[in-house]
Design a protein around this ligand. Structure first.
Ligand SMILES: NC(=O)c1ccc[n+]([C@@H]2O[C@H](COP(=O)([O-])OP(=O)(O)OC[C@H]3O[C@@H](n4cnc5c(N)ncnc54)[C@H](O)[C@@H]3O)[C@@H](O)[C@H]2O)c1
Ligand SMILES: O=C[C@H](O)CS(=O)(=O)O
Length: 480
């Protein structure tokens, strides 16, 4: 049994526990001791006190060293991390390894950023009577950051919060998703091996209730949340004056104009729609194809999708494993059935076996159907024809979400015109919406979220400005 880690000590006995199971075969991966109310309070107090007594004064070079050392250790233990992610999340092993490599990079980016948090000098003499004064802006840490994370990239998305928070000099309370806490536990241990002092990173095991309590606790200064829109909405409502970063869902559009390389777009979009069974917030959910190439694209796309390897995530050749649970697979299948009842057609897929839903391509869909209007978060994609650039911009923007989009065209003018008109946090040209690097600004507009991650940008969100002014000499009339 493993459990919460508070002030550097693991609490692995508890009257409440839960099992983490492999969503592919139901095998037990680990038993988790759930945090009690008392442990919750101790974790918050530990983070609060450690901020004031240790972290606030830790020099940047020391924070950078800890992050770099942790990256080195993760590199050494990369296979163990990948194995855990594969088992707890059901993510095919090839993609689990990819997540670990990205996580190592995030730690390295954060280590570099820790040394570049600087301020500015305000030109005080630009204001009447300002001469003879010096104005400085410092970027100081916020205090205690609550990192609340989802199941789908349990390592990398947790590090997108924890590493920038530490780089900026904060302490952290980490509440991982209840389905994927095993990699979180190994990560917290690794930070301690890397030299992080006790109390800087406190891990709390438990359900969304712990997240809710963090959101309203007055010793927590910032909530950094990645997860679903309903939870994000409730956090926004209850967080009061706390700073909040929300990385929420999407129904990402990808647009293929008739001058694009169909073959390339097809191959990229198979990965874009079906990687990790579509359980990626920027997964390609709506593919808009210009009418003259629609039939050709659909034919190639169905063929490439049917070539995917489906099965045990432990196997090297598996492209598509399970969804996170049987319930989620049933929910997704129901959305397909609802669409079909309303006139949509299944071009391929549509069958479910336990937690595995076959990669599914839908056509003849309508904008009101759940598979289009809501976040599908499953291996289901819709292929939709369009006539003109104006039409497709309207279709793509007709959503409460706006995270990332992909646009495929050889016409540079059109590419930038369309990118400008799409209501998104990010637009990729000749790349799928699903592509993300860990060093560009990343986050949504509309109901896809508030704030940006991408290490440098996340670090900005983990600090606040403090102005310090100096009156150097008395050179003006104080009555002014
Ligand atoms: N924009 C992004 O960067 C991004 C990245 C990954 C996932 N996501 C989104 O995450 C969702 C899937 O992940 P999930 O199912 O784990 O999400 P979720 O919203 O169900 O849970 C996320 C985390 O929030 C906690 N939580 C639940 N209720 C809470 C509450 N009331 N207050 C505080 N915390 C609470 C959970 O325990 C978990 O740790 C999808 O909607 C996906 O789009 C977004
Ligand atoms: O699920 C959404 C994630 O942000 C995708 S990624 O890990 O950043 O690629």
């Amino acid at each position: 049994m493993i459990g919460s880690i508070i002030n550097g000590k693991e609490i692995n006995t508890s009257k409440d526990s839960m099992n983490v199971v492999n969503p592919y075969n139901g095998e037990k991966v680990e038993e988790i001791a759930l945090a009690s109310d008392d442990e919750f309070e101790r974790a918050v107090t530990s983070a609060f006190d450690t901020f004031h007594h240790t972290m606030k004064d830790m020099p940047a070079h020391q924070r950078a060293d800890i992050l770099r050392k942790t990256a080195d250790l993760m590199e050494e233990q990369a296979d163990d991390f990948a194995e855990i992610i594969m088992k707890e999340a059901g993510k095919p092993i090839f993609f689990s390894r990819g997540e670990v490599q990205r996580a190592i990079q995030v730690l390295r980016f954060a280590s570099e950023e820790a040394k570049h948090i600087s301020g500015e000098v305000v030109p005080m003499d630009a204001a009447i009577d300002g001469d003879g004064r010096l104005g400085l802006v410092k970027h100081i840490p916020l205090g205690v950051v609550a990192a609340i994370t989802p199941f789908n990239f349990p390592l990398n998305l947790s590090l997108h919060k924890i590493a920038p928070a530490i780089a900026a000099g904060n302490t952290v309370i980490f509440k991982p998703a209840e389905k994927t806490p095993v990699s979180a536990h190994k990560l917290a241990k690794l930070f301690h091996e890397g030299g992080l002092p006790d109390g800087v990173l406190n891990l709390l095991m438990g359900s969304g209730e712990i997240g809710e309590k963090l959101v309203t606790h007055d010793k927590v200064h910032k909530i950094s949340f990645t997860g679903s829109l309903p939870v994000g909405r409730s956090i926004r409502k209850s967080a009061g004056f706390k700073k909040v970063t929300l990385e929420l869902g999407s129904n990402s559009p990808n647009i293929i104009f008739d001058d694009s390389n169909i073959h390339e777009a097809t191959n990229m979009l198979v990965k874009g729609a079906f990687a990790f069974s579509g359980q990626v917030c920027i997964s390609a959910q709506r593919i808009y194809v210009q009418k003259s190439i629609y039939d050709q694209f659909l034919k190639e796309y169905i063929k490439a999708t049917e070539d995917l390897g489906i099965g045990d995530p432990a196997f090297e050749k598996t492209d598509i494993g399970p969804m996170i649970s049987v319930e989620e697979a049933k929910r997704a299948k129901q959305w397909i059935d609802d669409a079909v009842e309303n006139g949509a057609k299944i071009a391929t897929g549509g069958e479910r076996d336990g937690s595995v839903l076959k990669p599914t391509i839908m056509t003849d869909v309508e904008s009101h159907m759940k598979i289009i209007a809501d976040e599908v978060f499953a291996p289901i994609v819709s292929v939709i024809p369009f006539d003109t650039e104006d039409d497709v911009i309207d279709y793509a923007n007709d959503s409460v979400y706006g995270l990332q989009a992909g646009v495929f065209t050889k016409d540079v003018d059109r590419a930038f015109r369309v990118a400008d008109r799409l209501e998104m946090g990010g637009v990729w040209i000749n790349e799928i919406s699903t592509y993300r690097q860990d060093n560009h600004p990343y986050g949504g507009v509309k109901q896809s979220g508030i704030g940006r991650e991408g290490v440098k940008y996340a670090v900005d969100g983990m600090t606040e400005m403090k102005f310090i002014g100096v009156k150097l000499k008395d050179n003006h009339d104080d009555r002014a």
